[in-house]
Design a protein around this ligand. Sequence first.
Ligand code: PPE
Length: 307
Amino acid sequence: MPIQEVAKIWMDGSLVDWKDAKVHVLSHALHYGSGVFEGIRAYDTPQGPSVFRLDDHIKRLYRSAHIYHMDIPYQPEELIGATKELVKANDLAHCYIRPLVYLGYGEMGLNPAGVPVQVSIAAWPWGAYLGEEALEAGVRIKTSSWKRNDQNSLPPAAKATGQYINSILAKMEAVNGGYDEAIMLNQHGHIADGSGENIFIVTDGKLYTPPLSDGCLGGITRDSAMTIARDQGFEVIEQSLVRTDVYHADEAFFTGTAAEITPVRELDDRTIGEGKRGPITKQLQETFFAAATGELEQYRHWLYPVN
Ligand code: PPE
């Protein structure tokens, strides 16, 4: 998806012009994938542009950095302030926000001691991740032949740049095969997550999603969907799932900051339920968007207005 350029990017403490936000080709992260990042969205709300669950995303960024011994040279409050400042400076009503913490230029070799930890935050308008029509019609997905990163090789709890090479293999395979997205299994054959989304199924009126121990990212949209579903009286169960659980489900959907709530209508050429967005998926999706755009008092605490 082409990036829509805006005016400014926050880089190591100040706003710089978009075209000047550059790094050296010998930056550590470029060679070894030694970075951690976040994906956040800001929505247009009655109180102006508001960043969705900003504190939780920044918290996860520090938790990712902790796994890799990266000492972020800013306080969380500073990055929260910088994010709001950036959205405001670019005059964005709604956007996708990408904070990145990475090992910069200084030394080469695998021991990162002595390499500076650098931070940037960019924001730009980004539409529906799997296509606008997918939000209503749902997507067709395929079980990947590539396994999700193992807990003991690249811990999925970290949102590290390098581990996305694993997701890229899965995504390319799915798209080249004519599918919209991949679903990835762990080494035990349990479903972990999509290349960039968590998955839920609905069976007999109950929601099921894989536990974090099966190798999925602890998605913030996953948490939002679970909260909304429970608030609406649904039982939500974190339980290991295999692909046939999805074949037999009444409904399925993806959650993610980029993907928001996207229905899944087919897995491995098997129709899920009626092969279209299910009623519970629709209900959760509508509540999610209403919450994100500030229409629901109940979820107003998830919003961080930039003004
Ligand atoms: N699993 C993976 C592997 C993942 O990358 C994401 C987010 C999620 C689950 C959902 O997490 P959350 O966004 O907190 O609900 N993927 C990000 C990157 C997508 C990209 O293509 O880049 C995102 O959605 O921002």
